[in-house]
Design a protein around this ligand. Structure first.
Ligand SMILES: Nc1ncnc2c1ncn2[C@@H]1O[C@H](COP(=O)(O)OP(=O)(O)OP(=O)(O)O)[C@@H](O)[C@H]1O
Ligand SMILES: [Mg+2]
Length: 241
């Protein structure tokens, strides 16, 4: 992460190597799905994206369905990011959408969330995860309505958004619901690389789609360390998701 990574008309992901694959960063206002199996770094990528915004002086909102606010912040503090400074400054805000309060959470997403996000001046939004949001609805039409309402709220706010989703365990190249891919402007797939013996030997990333920009389509390895995710955009011949 650094301020020097700023490219005009692009929103830096905060992930070294990924911006390069995207031709400088995300197109502003995009709603991008980040999908992957457990432990592939979806939450980490979301936080890193917001912390890059905080470094640039942009406000970011993390809508957490998976973890409560203290646990999420504790998670973020493991990395060498200025988390507490960003919270204090108001450039990072964590909101909890509690899956236990199903009705209130759904009403908020389908109601004034867009206005709420806009009034906060959010330039970056992360929703972690839409898989949990989907579980709040009992049926397919309900899931569609909620997902469309969420995407509309994020677009209304004019922020650039990352939605995380659990990958389908049998077909990990698609999300569990198989819906968000169509709602999103872009899809980034995080996954495990397996060796010849079928064992997991590392992590690899692929950009499946990104509207309004040329992007790299190859599978690139990445690692998670104390500074978060780093993608090796130069590596060649990698198998993966
Ligand atoms: N401080 C750290 N240093 C290095 N690696 C870390 C650190 N913290 C977490 N990790 C790695 O990141 C992984 C978790 O990433 P993250 O929680 O973002 O995954 P996720 O895709 O959101 O998982 P889930 O689907 O379970 O929510 C851990 O399994 C671990 O390998
Ligand atoms: Mg997670």
């Amino acid at each position: 992460m650094s301020v020097s990574e700023l490219v005009p008309n692009r929103v830096s992901s905060g992930v070294p190597g990924l911006d390069e694959m995207l031709g400088g960063g995300f197109p502003p206002g995009h709603v991008v799905l980040v999908t992957g199996l457990p432990g592939t770094g979806k939450t980490c990528l979301g936080l890193q994206f917001l912390l890059q915004g905080a470094i640039n002086g942009e406000k970011g909102v993390f809508l957490s369905l998976e973890e409560d606010v203290p646990r999420l912040l504790e998670n973020a503090r493991q990395f060498a990011w200025p988390v507490d400074a960003a919270v204090e400054k108001g450039t990072l805000k964590v909101l909890r959408l509690d899956p236990k309060e199903t009705r209130q959470s759904l009403a908020r997403v389908q109601g004034d969330l867009g206005k709420e996000l806009k009034s906060m001046g959010a330039k970056r939004i992360v929703v972690d995860s839409v898989s949990l949001l989907n579980m709040l609805s009992d049926d397919e039409p309900g899931r569609r309505t909620t997902l469309f309402a969420l995407a509309a709220a994020c677009r209304q706010s004019a922020a650039t958004t990352l939605l995380t989703a659990e990958a389908d365990p049998i077909h990990p190249e698609v999300s569990r619901d198989g819906l968000t891919e169509y709602v999103a402007d872009g899809v980034i797939l995080l996954g495990y690389r397996t060796g010849n013996d079928g064992h997991r030997v590392g992590l690899a990333l692929r950009i499946l789609k990104m509207r309004r920009t040329a992007h790299v389509r190859t599978v690139q390895p990445y690692s998670i360390g104390s500074s978060g995710i780093t993608v090796d955009a130069k590596a060649v011949d990698f198998g993966g998701p």
